[in-house]
Each structure stands twice: as C-alpha cells, then as structure tokens.
Write a protein that binds this ligand. Structure first.
Ligand code: PMP
Length: 431
C-alpha cells in the first residue's frame, strides 16, 4: 500500500470508495487528459463523474476565476448583490424553457434536490412525494428519501412519504417482451393506482432523472415522462427533473435531458459540470414556486463569486463551441463502435446511451447474469491502457462513460480502441 493510501485509510472513513486495486492520485490535467503521481497519462472518460464538463486547465475558466480572485473577494454573503450570479441566473432561466423561471444556486446537486423537495412540499403542503425506482438524488435526509437504489440508501429514516414508480426497471419479469406503448400504459396504470390507493391527500412532486446516472445510465422509454406528466397535471403534482448528470447538452440531442422527452418540468436541478470542477449546483423553477409563501434558501454559501465566475465561463464555453453538437457527434462514434464490438463479445450484455453518456453492461457469458467481478477487471485493464472509466449500476456490473463534452473525434476513436481492447481481454478471460 502506498504511503498516501495508508494515511488516507487512517484518517478518512472506510466507506469512502476508491477506484482501482492500487488507487491513483491525480496531480495534473490538460484538455481531456489527467496525469497521476507516477506521470502516467489517462484519457478521462468519466470526467471526475461528469464534473469536468469541458476538460482540464481551460484558459477561459482559469482566467475568469483569477479575475475574481484578483478582486480580493472569494465570498462575502448572498445578502449583497452579485453581478455574475444574476448573469448566470438569466442564462439558465432562458435555457431552461420553463416559463417565468427563477434560479437559486447551491453548492452541490444534493442541496439542489433538497431545495426542490422543500419548495415542492411547501407549495403543496404535504410530505407525499413520488420518485422513480433505481433512482439516485443524493444522500441528505430529503435526497436519500427519494433515492431508491439500496447500495446508496443506508438508512430509512425518511422525512418524506415516498412512493416509487416504474420507469427504467423494465427488466422485471412482468414487463418483459412488452412494446413501449404497452409498457407505458402499464406504468401509467400503476401511477394512477398509487395515487388512488397509497398516498394520503396531496402529492408534492415527482422527481426523476431523465437518464439514471448512478443507476447505470438506464432510461425510461421515450413517451413515459410525457404520459406521466399528463396525470401529474390533472392532479396538480409538480414535476422535478434532476439534470445533475444529463444537463448542458450532454445527451447530444437536447440541452437538458428532459427536453428529449418533449416535457417542460416545473423545476430542474443541476450541479456538477456547470462549474467545471468548482462547487456549484442549483435549481431553476417556475417563478411562482420559487417565490412561494414559505420558500427559503438552503444555505448562505451557494452562488459564491468564485463558483459563479467558473460557471459563467463554463456555460459560455459550452454554448460558444456548440458542445451539444460535439456530444452528439463524438457520442455516436463511441456508441456505434461499442455496439459493433458487442456483436462478437458475449460478455457484453447491453450497450446504451445518448450523446456522451453511455454504458456497457457486463454479463457472465454462460448465464447472462450481471458480472461485477468482470467490471472490476475491465477497470484495471482500461487503467493500464490509459483511460479512466466509471462503474456502477444496480449490480456493480455496468461500465459508465461520460467524457468531457470537449472530447475530439480523434480522442473518441482512441478511447473506443481502448474500451474495445479491454472488453476483448475481459471476454477472453470470462470463457
Ligand atoms: N443527482 C444526481 C442525478 C446525481 O448523479 C448526483 C451525484 N452523483 C446527485 C444528484 C448529487 O450531487 P452532488 O454529489 O453534487 O451532491
């Protein structure tokens, strides 16, 4: 064990997961690559779990932060006006497509979801909330209540009364072989049944990820959210789209994930990539909800000047360089390349994704069962070959890839080569 790892183990909680048999220390980064303490370079296909949205050491972001630092003001208080906060809020409100939208900034996605849950429960005067199976929204008391993925839900002391709906969990026996239309009808039936038999009084909101990130980049079929939204509208239930992983053009086909479904939510939460590594999150919501009678901010630190400088520069970069189109282009190279390879690799159970958010399920070739041990092997292989990937899903057998949106076509092809080589190695070993 390295000295640093031993010191980490001594003073940091044992539940803090570290990737790889020999965890790496990242000490540098440029473009879409990072360098570890041994000087080894990696193409970053997980972008620090989607936080480094436009890569590393981006001059525009660095200079914006340096300009703010030079003013001497790192943070004062949200009790005073801050120009960059207003400017960023204006941009996000416009991009959201939500009518009369207002924005509140937090430090993280968890805080953003906590704010959404507060606003929705205040607005509707109830503790009843709907969420999706296999979801992940964070681990504060409110956010963990709407998280259904057991691996991330270590307690059940929920302050909310949550009912979980079907969406991306269509592998269940009762849904197998159904057409999308039949599946959606069955889900809507279930929603109506939950509303008629399980909830007490008003329901505040449905919170959902357009593509479930931690759940393994799994998604409900097109049409499901639109069908749910009709029922929610009938009942006056709010719809919150958690865009922490799917926002800012990552899916290639829309700027926010839920826009792929033709649905305008009442609120969206966001975080991660917007600050390109600087801590920022937030919520964009209908003005009447944001200004509701009991609504209050979650903390005094969200929207600090450094994060606002970084976030403004990052968002401008995404828009100026049309990185949504780049995500579509480079994502297509990767997803179609992986699908082609999957045809000859029995170890690959599924390839799915949208833009630069794509996943591979690894299965035991003999039984088709999820194969978490093979996913761990794949991670070691890609590390050796110089690429950082992510892992997760319900069974720890899903490989999750989400490179910076700045990925070039050459880097996409280089990364594809590494992914396919690693899959071939794992496939060989699994037989
Ligand atoms: N929502 C989703 C969809 C996420 O993926 C995450 C983080 N993985 C969160 C919320 C929580 O965000 P944060 O870690 O910034 O609190």
């Amino acid at each position: 064990m390295s000295d640093l790892l031993a010191r980490h183990r001594a003073v940091m909680p044992n539940w803090m997961a570290l990737y790889y048999n020999e965890p790496i220390e990242i000490v540098g980064g440029k473009g879409n690559r990072v360098v570890d303490a041994d000087g080894k370079s990696y193409l970053d296909f997980f972008a620090g779990i989607l936080t480094n949205m436009i890569g590393y050491d981006v001059p525009e972001v660095r200079e914006a932060v340096e300009r703010q630092l030079a003013t001497g003001v790192v943070h004062t208080s949200t009790l005073y006006l801050l120009r960059t906060q207003v400017e960023l809020a204006e941009k996000i409100a416009r991009l959201s497509g939500i009518p009369d939208a207002k924005v509140f900034f937090t430090n993280s996605g968890t805080e953003a979801n906590e704010t959404a849950l507060l606003l929705a429960t205040y607005a509707r005067g109830t503790d009843q909330v709907l969420a999706m199976r296999q979801s992940y929204h964070g681990r504060s008391f409110g956010a963990i209540s709407v998280t259904s993925n057991r691996a991330w839900k270590n307690n059940s002391l929920s302050p909310l009364n949550v009912h979980f709906l079907h969406g991306a969990d269509r592998h269940l026996t009762q849904f197998r072989g159904m057409s999308d239309a039949d599946y959606i009808a069955a889900c809507v039936d279930d929603l109506r049944h939950v509303l008629a038999t399980a909830v007490t009084g008003n329901v505040a909101a449905l919170i959902a990820e357009p593509i479930q990130g931690v759940g393994g980049f799994t998604a409900a079929p097109d049409g499901l959210f639109a069908a749910y939204k009709e029922v929610l509208d009938e009942e006056g239930i709010l719809f919150v789209s958690d865009e922490v992983q799917t926002g800012w053009g990552r899916t290639g086909s829309a700027f926010f994930g839920i826009q792929n479904h033709g649905v305008t939510p009442d609120m969206m939460t966001f975080a991660k990539g917007l600050g390109n590594g600087f801590a920022v999150g937030g919520i964009v919501a209908r003005g009447d909800l944001m200004d509701g009678p009991h609504a209050i901010g979650l903390s005094t630190f969200g929207g600090n000047p450094i994060s606002m400088a970084a976030a403004n520069a990052t968002l401008d970069y995404v828009l100026d360089h049309d990185l949504q189109a780049n995500a579509a282009r480079t994502g297509d190279i990767l997803i179609s390349g992986l699908r082609e390879a999957a045809g000859r690799l029995p170890v690959v159970g599924d390839v799915r994704g949208r833009g630069l958010m794509f996943a591979v399920d690894l299965v035991d070739p003999a039984t088709g069962a999820p194969a978490p041990a093979l996913a761990a092997r794949f991670m070691e292989e890609t590390k050796k070959l110089g690429l950082l990937a992510g892992k997760g899903g319900l069974y720890g057998s899903t490989l999750r890839m989400a490179p910076p949106l700045t990925l070039t076509e050459d880097e996409a092809r280089e990364g594809l080569g590494i992914l396919v080589t690693a899959l071939e190695t794992v496939d060989d070993e699994a037989r």
